[in-house]
Design a protein around this ligand. Structure first.
Ligand SMILES: C[S@@+](CC[C@H](N)C(=O)[O-])C[C@H]1O[C@@H](n2cnc3c(N)ncnc32)[C@H](O)[C@@H]1O
Length: 241
């Protein structure tokens, strides 16, 4: 019988910032594949728990693509042996973490999986350094980029994923303004209502259509994600393994 792979965010390194859910799946895991960013403190904790752990972080002899291929193959091999595999990644697995690529590989190989969010360094690290990312009168935008890809730093504000908090009531205006700024009207949009709770619902549309969908349906607290990654999320969600 095939096992299952949990793609789990470990948070920024402090074991106390692991989520309860992450800890729960770590406890039931047969084997844990972890990266360098997971950090020494969590690694020590896993050892104290007597877990079978395999370091899959960077080795000097491997290139990035080769390393990722080896991790993908190892996850599938272990799951096919019937094991519960935790793939533990620093921060959140879907924030500059190649978690999406791993999910795509699991889907291609028909391996059951779950994704467990982690506290991203994007949020946790500035807060632990007592730097508020938003502050009334100082900043109402958080712009997260990767230092690996600076060719288009100006355009990335418009090309990257945009997350809007507190935007439900003004969604039509937000979409209109983004189209005026040059975004493709067909850009995919997801509105996630009651995120992570039992009554979570995700509504899909694009910059032209989502306003009406939200006005008709969304009553609870909601967060808006705008960008091509929404299509990827839709694909991940449609696979029930
Ligand atoms: C490949 S990215 C992975 C990000 C991760 N998935 C997340 O959500 O935090 C690695 C980068 O995250 C940042 N980072 C992660 N953990 C950190 C920490 N504890 N302190 C400072 N920066 C950290 C650093 O900029 C590091 O180069």
């Amino acid at each position: 019988m095939t096992g299952k792979v949990y793609i789990v965010g470990a948070g920024p390194g402090d074991p106390e910032l692991l989520t309860v859910k992450a800890l729960k799946v770590i406890e039931m895991a047969d084997v844990i594949l972890y990266d360098r960013l997971v950090g020494k403190s969590i690694e020590d904790m896993l050892k104290r728990m007597g877990k079978e752990i395999i370091y899959v972080g960077k080795n000097s002899y491997e290139n990035g693509a080769e390393r990722q291929r080896n991790i993908n193959e190892l996850m599938v091999k272990l799951a096919r042996e019937g094991k519960i595999v935790v793939r533990l990644k620093g921060g959140d697995p879907f924030v500059f973490g190649r978690g999406g690529e791993e999910v795509e590989y699991l889907i291609r190989n028909n391996i059951p999986f779950e994704v467990i969010p982690g506290l991203s360094s994007v949020i946790a690290v500035p807060t632990s350094a007592k730097i508020p990312l938003t502050h009334k009168g100082l900043s109402s935008t958080i712009f997260v980029i990767t230092g690996r890809n600076l060719e288009d730093i100006g355009k990335s504000a418009l090309n990257g994923t945009i997350v809007v908090l507190m935007g439900k009531e003004k969604i039509k205006e937000i979409c209109r303004r983004l189209i005026e700024l040059g975004k493709d009207p067909k850009t995919p949009v997801a509105v996630i209502e009651n995120g992570t709770l039992d009554n979570q619902r995700v509504y899909y549309g694009n910059l032209e259509t989502i306003g009406d969908i939200v006005e008709k349906n969304v009553k609870g607290v909601a967060l808006i994600v705008i960008g091509d990654v929404v299509e990827l999320g839709k694909k991940f969600n449609s696979r029930k393994l």
